[in-house]
Design a protein around this ligand. Sequence first.
Ligand SMILES: [Zn+2]
Length: 63
Amino acid sequence: MMHSKETTADQEAAPGWCHWHDGPSGTALLIDVIGEDSGPAFSRYACKPCREQRGLQPEGAQP
Ligand SMILES: [Zn+2]
C-alpha cells in the first residue's frame, strides 16, 4: 500500500538523510555522486554539522 504525504520534488531538494553519520537530517545537501560502471549512480548527502567537521563542499558550491 502506497501512502505518500510529501511530494517527491521536495524530497529531492531536501533528502533528509546524511550518509556521513548515517542518519536523518534536516540540513543535508548533495555532496557528490559516485558513478559505478556496473550499477546506478549513488548520490551522497551530508548534513551541516558533518560538512563543517569534515570540510565538505556541497555539489556545485562556488569557491
Ligand atoms: Zn551528518
